[in-house]
Design a protein around this ligand. Structure first.
Ligand SMILES: Nc1ncnc2c1ncn2[C@@H]1O[C@H](COP(=O)(O)OP(=O)(O)OP(=O)(O)O)[C@@H](O)[C@H]1O
Ligand SMILES: [Mg+2]
Length: 277
């Protein structure tokens, strides 16, 4: 199995998916505050500090309503900070950008239902003005990477929920984003499909070295996936209560006692992640 520091040799013809340089930091977040509403202001995030280095798999973990999606939406540029600094590769985030692709739980909503699996992947490349041959080759490489090549002639309604999520990943990969922002993307899948998706996502990540920020409220999911887990305190005024590095090789197994020890620590931190003053 691959180490997180090394991309695998290409076996799928996806050689054009270039690894990203692991040098610079992708997000630099300082004193980030987000307040919703004017009449009755609600402080969702209160002076959040977080740095995400290039190539990292970071999980944002916290209870429902603690502000995970708010933070992710700020990183995506869907929302603007009330105060503080939010930089993407050294630049202030002023809005969404194609280098920061966002994944939603409902993959179906993100896909074009009347187009085939392959056409769905080619769609973004068509917008970029790529020629038919190049589009086709790149789409096939990305579909191969997520194990969907043989299903390329089907339409989204003819493939399963897990396959639709894999298609969403292939589609994002095709346009070569720098960052994947994923908001509980596998929350609606059954346990077996979810585990398969973890494997598929980790393989894509290890081969392409994209930076991933992945929101979850599931401790085990965070432990299977993350380099680091950022635990958010419960709101109002949520902050990063704790940053934990998961120093375990992949693939990780739920039955591993070392993983169990991380689980207990995270559970304690979540329980004591009291609202900020
Ligand atoms: N547009 C908005 N207007 C007002 N309040 C909002 C808005 N968006 C989020 N909030 C509030 O901010 C807080 C954080 O919401 P957010 O959706 O970020 O939580 P979350 O951690 O993603 O929760 P979940 O795990 O349930 O998805 C909540 O109290 C929510 O009601
Ligand atoms: Mg949310």
């Amino acid at each position: 199995m691959l180490t997180s520091a090394q991309a695998a040799p290409d076996r799928t013809g996806a050689g054009s998916i270039a690894p990203v340089s692991p040098a610079a930091e992708v997000f630099a977040i300082r004193d980030l505050t987000k307040v919703f509403g004017d009449e009755q202001p609600y402080i969702a995030l209160d002076r959040v500090d977080l740095t995400v280095p290039s190539g990292e798999f970071l999980c944002l973990l916290g209870a429902s309503g603690c502000g995970k999606s708010t933070l992710l939406n700020l990183m995506a540029g869907f929302e603007q900070p009330t105060a503080g600094e939010l930089l993407y590769r050294g630049q202030r985030i002023r809005g969404p950008g194609k280098e920061r692709v966002v994944f939603f739980q409902d993959a179906g909503a993100a896909l074009l239902p009347w187009q085939t699996v392959q056409q769905n992947v080619e769609f973004g490349l068509r917008l970029q003005g790529q020629f038919h041959r190049d589009r086709q080759r790149r789409a096939e490489a990305c579909l191969s990477l997520v194990g969907l090549l043989e299903h390329r002639h089907k339409v989204p309604s003819e493939i399963s929920g897990g396959m639709r999520q894999r298609l969403q990943i292939a589609r994002a990969l095709a346009v070569e984003p720098d960052v994947f922002l994923m908001d509980e993307p596998f929350g609606a899948l059954d346990a077996i499909t979810r585990r398969r998706m973890h494997g598929a996502l980790l393989e894509v990540w290890q081969r392409t070295r994209r930076t991933i920020v992945f929101v979850t409220h599931d401790i085990l999911e965070a432990l299977i996936l993350a380099d680091r887990v950022a635990v958010m305190s419960t709101g109002p005024g949520s902050r990063i209560a704790h940053l934990m590095t998961i120093d375990l090789e992949r693939p990780r197994h739920p039955g591993d006692p070392r993983l169990g020890r991380y689980f207990e620590q995270l559970e304690d931190i979540l329980h004591t992640a009291a609202p900020s003053a």
